[in-house]
Design a binder for this molecule. Structure first.
Ligand code: NAD
Length: 333
């Protein structure tokens, strides 16, 4: 029996959480879910977007499956996702994007894994008004220590998983200190892995290359903001945000979530695609040593993708969250 913290989250979060827990139960995964709250729903209910009980539960159980959390745009509380990544030093945000069977997209064989630095960059939230409402400043932090951790994690992943190339993405031509440091660390670490091809690309060129010829990329490592943007782009390459899972891994804790957000435009309509969150939960199963179960569920998902009548509208289906969930459960039998 595994004890795992479960945070359903906001918007479509509760719907996709129900789908994923139903499928995992059907597959016979032995999990004791420790249910907690965070985000806008927690703020409305308890006046705190990150209640102490949630932090204490993650601290105790060390593995969490988290639905998307709404962060108010402009004013309001700061991102709880960013706070949790920082609090538990979940420095590796790992976001695979892989072409799936029976999914229409512009490319046939995308299979890349993005390693996004998850604790620094512009996401540290150090912003100020130099002059109220007319001049704002934001600080980006890049440290050698955090850069080493994420870049080494990407090379280790490449080595363990038979990947051939690591591409480091930066903007060191303009951000000479911050991105310059990240690139310098990458160049040094690459020397420890002579069997893995290494290249660096400037982020604007990278965006164009990914859209033009994504098959050339294997493992990608980059700073926080570039990774956030490029991983959504990578989701688009394989059919959309409803299809890409993610892991936030640190030395002492791990939190699994979809790449997408709370999708308020479709919340409560039984339209949310649960695949991204399900794939995140499979990364979680692999993390806790349940690889065989993860594989079995993945195969059931691939099989179900052929039945367009049960799939959600974002991937060309005419079904719903619940019809897809039921079909995956049926295909697990
Ligand atoms: P979003 O990812 O929620 O939605 C973008 C678009 O993709 C929308 O049209 C949405 O309907 C669609 N989409 C997303 N997930 C889908 C799914 N599973 N199935 C079908 N369609 C899906 O991005 P947004 O609208 O920019 O952000 C909404 C909120 O989510 C914001 O408050 C933002 O801060 C938050 N957010 C949270 C996380 C997280 O919790 N990790 C990540 C990104 C955004």
């Amino acid at each position: 029996m595994h004890d795992i913290v479960l945070i359903p989250g906001d918007g479509i979060g509760p719907e996709i959480t129900k789908s994923v827990t139903t499928i995992l139960k059907k597959a016979g995964v032995d999990i004791n879910w420790i249910r907690c709250t965070a985000g806008l729903s927690a703020y409305k209910e308890l006046g705190d977007p990150l209640p102490d009980e949630t932090v204490e539960a993650i601290d105790k159980y060390r593995v969490a499956l988290k639905g998307p959390l709404t962060t108010p745009v402009g004013a309001g509380f700061r991102s709880v996702n960013v706070a949790m990544r920082k609090k538990f030093n979940l420095y590796s945000n790992i976001r695979p994007a892989k072409t799936l069977p029976h999914i229409k997209s512009h490319f046939d064989d995308v299979n890349l894994v993005m390693f996004r630095e998850n604790t620094e960059g512009l996401y540290i939230g150090k912003e100020k008004w130099v002059k109220e409402n007319s001049h704002a400043e934001s600080i980006a932090v890049v440290t050698r220590e955090a850069s080493e951790k994420i870049i080494r994690a990407s090379f280790e992943y490449a080595q363990k998983n038979g990947r051939e190339k690591v591409t480091l993405v930066h903007k060191a031509n303009i951000l000479k200190y911050t991105c310059g440091l990240f690139l310098e660390v990458g160049n040094k670490i690459a020397e420890d892995y002579p069997g893995i091809e290494y290249e660096d690309l400037i982020v604007d060129n990278m965006a164009m290359q990914m859209v033009l010829r994504p098959e050339q990329f294997d493992v990608i490592v980059t700073t926080n903001l570039f990774g956030d943007i490029l991983s959504d782009l990578a989701s688009g390459l394989v059919g959309g945000l409803g299809l890409t899972g993610a892991a936030n891994i640190g030395d002492d804790a791990a939190m699994f979530e979809a790449v997408h957000g709370s999708a308020p435009d479709i919340a409560g309509q039984n339209k949310a695609n649960p695949i991204a969150f399900l794939l995140s939960s499979l990364m979680m199963l692999e993390h806790i040593g349940e690889e065989a179960l993860a594989d079995r569920i993945r195969q059931a998902v691939y099989y179900t993708l052929e039945e367009k009548s049960v799939c959600t509208p974002d991937i060309g289906g005419s079904g719903s969250t619940t019809s897809f969930t039921k079909a995956v459960c049926d295909n697990l039998e």
